[in-house]
Structures are given as C-alpha cells and as structure tokens.
Design a protein around this ligand. Structure first.
Ligand code: SF4
Length: 360
C-alpha cells in the first residue's frame, strides 16, 4: 500500500527539515536534569544511537538555560528547548543556539510574552512548535469545549493566530491526548484546517509496552492516512526505547527504516531453543546496527527453513542444536549456548557491513 503524504509547509530544525517533502523524522526527549550538561549530552548521544534525529530538553530554570550552550555545541543533533510558564527562558534558549522552541499555549498566553519570544525566534530563523496537550488546555477553552479534539484544535488555532499577529508563521503543531483516538481526531482536524507540519505523539502514553501500543495505534492510523511529519513516542521507560519504537512504526508502514528487522516465532511445544532469550539478545544487538535486512529466530525445523529462506539471516532450533542461515544457506556447525551472544554479534556485524549498512 502506498501512502500519499499530506502536503504542508516545511520548517528547518538545524540539519533536519520537517514537512514539505522531507522524510518523517524521529524525535525523542531527555530525562536527565538539563543543568547537568554532561549527563544530558551523554543521554542525547545514546538517543541518537537509538535513532533520534532531533532531541528535546526541558528548560525549567536559568541553570538549564545556561547549560544549553554546551549541550547545543556538543550534541551533534538539533536541540529543541521545551519551555513552560516563562517566556524569558525561551529567549535565553534561543540565545544559547537551540534549533527550535516548543512552547505550551496553556501556560504562556500573554500576547506581549508571545511577541517577545516570537521576535527572538524570528531573529535567529528558528521555528516554534505550538504543543497542545489535553492536560494543559487554556482555561477559557477548557470551560467552553472540554479537553477533547475540538478543544485541542481550538487552543492551537488561537495560538497560531497570536503568533501570526506578530508576523511569525514558522510553526509546527502538535495536538496530544493520552487517549489515542482523541489524538487521532484532533490531528485529522488540524490536517484539514491548516497547512502546518504536524508533530505526532500520544501524551502520557504509559510504560514501555502499553505506551508502544497506544502510540502505534494513534501515530500509525494518522501516518497511514498521510498525516504527520515528525513523530515522538513518549514512554515511561528507558528513553532509548522511544526512537526504537518510533522507527518500528515507520518501518511497519513502509515509511522508513534504520535498524534491521527482527522476526521471531511465538514458540510452542516443538520449540528447541530459547527463542525469547535469543530474540532479546538479538534485539539489543540490532539496535546498534544500521541496515535494511531481516533477521529471523525460529524455534524448530517446522517453519524454520522456510523462514530462513525469506530472511537474510536466521537462527533456528534443530535436533542438532541452534543453527544459523545466511542468505538461505546454512552456515557450518552449531552454536553452543555459551557462545550465542558473541557469535551473533560477530555474524551480524559482518553481515551488516557486507550489506553496506555500516555497523555502529
Ligand atoms: S517455528 Fe516451530 S517452535 Fe516456533 S511456533 Fe512454529 S512450530 Fe512452534
């Protein structure tokens, strides 16, 4: 199925373009104290290795704004400053060199404050994301419309107008609810009503497994309709899981891939090897490898050889033990339980380099 992307304007976030004909980009966010520049830079690098192309950091105070100078200089990826309540911190973040601002219209509403930060962003040519969450819709809109899709869009529309009155139009919109279908409805509305790039995500999506499912439903439904220009999967878990899940969503829709694809059987009474354990090991290894190929883990010889022919690389349980296939051909010997990790790391790094997808 070919997805026709919605046409919209584009903005430039450092080295990444969002919207227009640009590929859908993957974002994530740090959870270290931003004032601790060293820890934040280390986490940003870890997120980038997992596939993040843009990273957002919270800027809750002056110490965080001051740390942004070093974070921007040493991160090697566009940094977005996440600003709430204080427009002066947005100004400080722009001066520190961030590539984009995210502001929350629920808590920066005064037209004079919006004008100051918009003029500052315009002076450096950086875009602003108007990020509306269902938990922080401005009071007067909440009283009238509640917290559903109409309220999310109304809050965004009002703030876009506020920014437009200052002459600022370099904007991205996000409309996020913790309920996936409210998120979908709000973004369908935004896609109909405006031509701004849309940042997709589900807010407070939950722990890794629940959050991955809810995010996949909302983001996947929208992307399948051609809506969405950049995505962030929000998880209460290791931040590095976020870009991983985001890329799995894009890959499942044929919209992009950076890591090899891992498939594994569900196991049954015929299972001859520890499929879950091996798939877990492989998942960790493959997250550090770039490449467009498929790796399969199959518990027995029933479907194993067929899957091995389909996959580029396969690990299969057999009466003789664990055997490996590459390009549909069996590699010599068997793999002993104690050497699984080192053998798989070695074989997959070699395979990724052979495929031209550099191992990292
Ligand atoms: S591949 Fe074998 S072990 Fe895995 S589910 Fe199928 S029959 Fe069971």
């Amino acid at each position: 199925m070919r997805i026709r992307r919605r046409r919209c304007r584009s903005v430039t976030v450092g080295s990444v373009r969002i919207g227009g004909r640009a590929p859908i980009s993957v974002q994530s966010m740090t959870n270290t104290p931003t004032a601790d520049a060293g820890a934040t830079i280390a986490q940003i690098r870890s997120l980038v290795e997992a596939g993040a192309q843009i990273v957002r950091v919270s800027v809750p105070d002056e110490a965080s704004a001051a740390a942004l100078h070093r974070i921007v200089a040493e991160s090697g990826v566009p940094i977005v400053a996440d600003i709430h309540f204080r427009h002066d911190l947005a100004v400080a973040a722009v001066e520190a060199g961030v590539a984009k601002l995210r502001i929350n219209p629920g808590n920066i509403q005064r037209p004079a404050d919006v004008r100051v930060l918009a003029e500052k962003a315009a002076s450096r040519g950086i875009p602003i994301r108007v990020g509306i969450n269902s938990g922080s819709i401005p009071g007067h809109i909440r009283e009238k419309l509640g917290t559903g899709a109409d309220a999310l869009w109304a809050a965004a529309e009002r703030h876009l107008l506020l920014l437009a009155e200052t002459g600022f139009t370099d904007t991205v919109i996000s409309l996020k609810a913790s309920d996936p279908m409210t998120t979908v409805e709000a973004n369908l509305r935004a896609a109909r009503e405006c031509d701004r790039p849309l940042h997709l995500g589900v807010t407070e999506a939950g722990p890794s497994l629940e959050g991955a499912v809810r995010s996949s439903v909302a983001i996947g439904l929208l992307l399948a309709r051609g809506i969405g220009d950049t995505i962030r999967v929000s998880l209460s878990g290791p931040p590095e899981d976020e870009p991983f899940v985001a890329w799995e969503i894009l890959s499942s829709l044929g919209l992009g891939r950076i890591h090899p694809r891992l498939v594994s059987c569900p196991t049954c009474a015929r299972t001859r090897i520890d499929v879950a354990g091996i798939a877990g090991e492989l998942s960790g290894i493959l997250r550090r490898i770039r490449g467009d190929f498929t790796v399969a883990v199959m518990g027995c010889e029933v479907n194993g050889p067929g899957e091995a022919r389909e996959a580029d690389f396969a690990v299969i349980g057999s009466p003789a033990g664990m055997i490996l296939f590459e390009g549909g051909r069996r590699l010599p010997g068997t793999v002993q339980p104690g050497e699984i990790r080192s053998r798989l790391e070695h074989e997959l790094s070699r395979f990724a380099e052979k495929q031209g997808g550099p191992a990292r």
